[in-house]
Design a protein around this ligand. Structure first.
Ligand code: FUB
Length: 467
């Protein structure tokens, strides 16, 4: 690979690392959908803990023929991720696996959607799994036809590791645990198995403290699962995926107390037009903004049991109704101008002449690239953080095929201020092109890349530095 400076000189890859550090370019930059880029993740529960946002997802893997059930979910452990800025996510590593849970069937690979919550300085992680049925002490499994039980594991810190209890929670059969703690300190456990169920939890957070209530006010037709309850301004919101048509969409209902009765309100996210049969949500407020965490099969378009977590902003109207969330690739958080900005995770694009494809079909975790093949095609990426305004060089990793013309970098929209221009070579393998930034750019800006030319241009990433 070569690096191209001001269209004039080419420098070998050996000099690249040194040069980038001198120029102030760095490779770390995230804050787009999907959120986690090196493994499959699904069913995200997001919680704010000590000023950081933690996400407790499940962990899809690809099973071989000796593991789990063919062509089905395959999940043997959990990781936890956290962020202080919604952009850079730290993987706290594996926090619990099926091999550590005394009651779980460690050949079932069924560590499905979890939840976690803090109570009195301890962290409680709730997870479903198929049970080794003969070894259960506390009740007969499958009372309502489920071979799934729900367990709890405890840690002194949110990032784990978590120590599982020896037995699952008695009288709880089903999947998708969710815990809600009300203002009075009372904790509730919800789960699903054909219906939604709810019960009070004892202060030890490990045992039920009431009868099991069947929450009956939900659609009888079409699978529903993944209950997630939160409270805002005295309204208790029950959110859940439901198959109203072909695949799961996210709906919600409200009540004036945690156990209902709930009244259906509407759809938070429509079913995905392509790709993923399941969806699974949580709703969280972080630094005065509400977010919906959910999942899609971005890295596995042909097999929807390998999913990836996403997040988008969520808004309420004046009456507290949730406005529909349209899934985006851009996601949440500011993106640093000095990192690799992936325009293929765009906010918007031209209707013709622009698409994104995997960089390498054989390794989706390498991500995507932008492809422009029509004059005037463009892509916009919102909320790039330029800080004080001292970045004066634009860099883009580009590949061309019979191309002629320029790539323009503009602010806000296709006719917005032109801040840099790259002259394209006609047939060039991946090359880092650099050009001067013509004006001072500070703060958060929306970037637009416009192709003014002919042929095909591919862009891996763009970035900014100092000359
Ligand atoms: O991840 C396995 C299952 O898929 C979850 O438990 C459901 O909510 C669905 O997302």
């Amino acid at each position: 690979m070569e690096i191209r400076l001001n269209q004039m000189c080419k420098i070998s890859i050996k000099c690249l690392a040194l040069l980038l550090s001198v120029l102030g370019f760095s490779s770390a930059c995230f804050g787009q959908n999907p959120l986690i880029r090196d493994q499959f993740t699904a069913d995200p529960t997001a919680r704010v803990i000590h000023g950081r946002i933690y996400v407790f997802p499940s962990h899809d893997i690809k099973c071989d023929s000796t593991q789990g059930r063919p062509d089905w979910f395959c999940m043997e452990d959990y990781h936890v991720f956290s962020s202080s800025n919604l952009t850079d996510w730290e993987d706290h590593g594996m926090i619990l696996s099926q091999y550590q849970v005394p009651w779980a069937d460690s050949e079932s690979f069924s560590m499905w959607a979890p939840d976690a919550i803090e109570k009195d300085g301890k962290f409680y992680f709730y997870f479903p799994s198929k049970a080794k049925t003969r070894e259960l002490e506390n009740d007969a499994p499958g009372v309502n036809g489920s071979s799934f039980k729900i367990g709890v594991a405890v840690s002194d810190q949110p990032g784990g590791p978590y120590t599982p209890e020896n037995q699952p929670i008695a009288k709880v059969d089903g999947i998708d645990p969710n815990v809600f703690i009300d203002h009075d300190g009372q904790a509730y456990l919800y789960w699903s198995q054909h219906h939604f169920y709810g019960a009070k939890l004892k202060p030890n957070m490990k045992e039920l403290d009431s009868e099991v209530f069947t929450l009956k006010e939900f659609p009888a037709k079409g699978l529903k699962e993944g209950p997630f309850v939160f409270e805002r301004n005295g309204i208790y919101y029950m959110t859940y995926p439901h198959v109203a048509n072909k695949t799961e969409r996210i709906e919600y209902a409200i009540a004036d107390n945690p156990l209902g009765p709930f009244e259906y309100q509407g759809v938070i996210m429509d079913e995905s037009p392509v790709g993923c049969w399941t969806n699974h949500q949580s709703v969280v407020e972080f630094e005065d903004q509400w977010y919906l965490f959910y999942h899609h099969n971005d890295y596995s378009p042909d097999f929807d049991k390998n999913r990836s977590i996403r997040a988008d902003s969520l808004f309420f109207d004046q009456e507290g109704k949730i406005q529909k969330v349209i899934p985006t690739l851009r996601g949440i958080g500011l993106t640093a101008a000095t990192g690799h900005i992936k325009m293929d995770r765009y906010s918007s694009k031209s209707s013709q002449g622009y698409k994104f494809v995997f960089l390498d079909e054989g390794n989706p975790f390498l991500g995507w690239k932008s492809v422009f093949d029509k004059k005037g095609a463009w892509v916009r990426y919102n909320q790039v953080d330029f800080g004080k305004g001292d970045l004066n060089e634009f860099c883009a990793k580009i590949k061309t095929n019979n191309a002629k013309g320029v790539l323009e970098l503009r602010l806000s929209h296709t006719k917005g201020e032109l801040v840099s221009t790259i002259d394209l070579d006609s047939n060039q393998d991946w090359t880092e092109y650099r050009s001067v930034v013509e004006s001072e750019i500070a703060g958060a800006q929306d970037l637009v890349l416009v192709f003014r030319g002919k042929g095909k241009v591919e862009v891996d990433w763009v970035s900014f530095g100092k000359i």
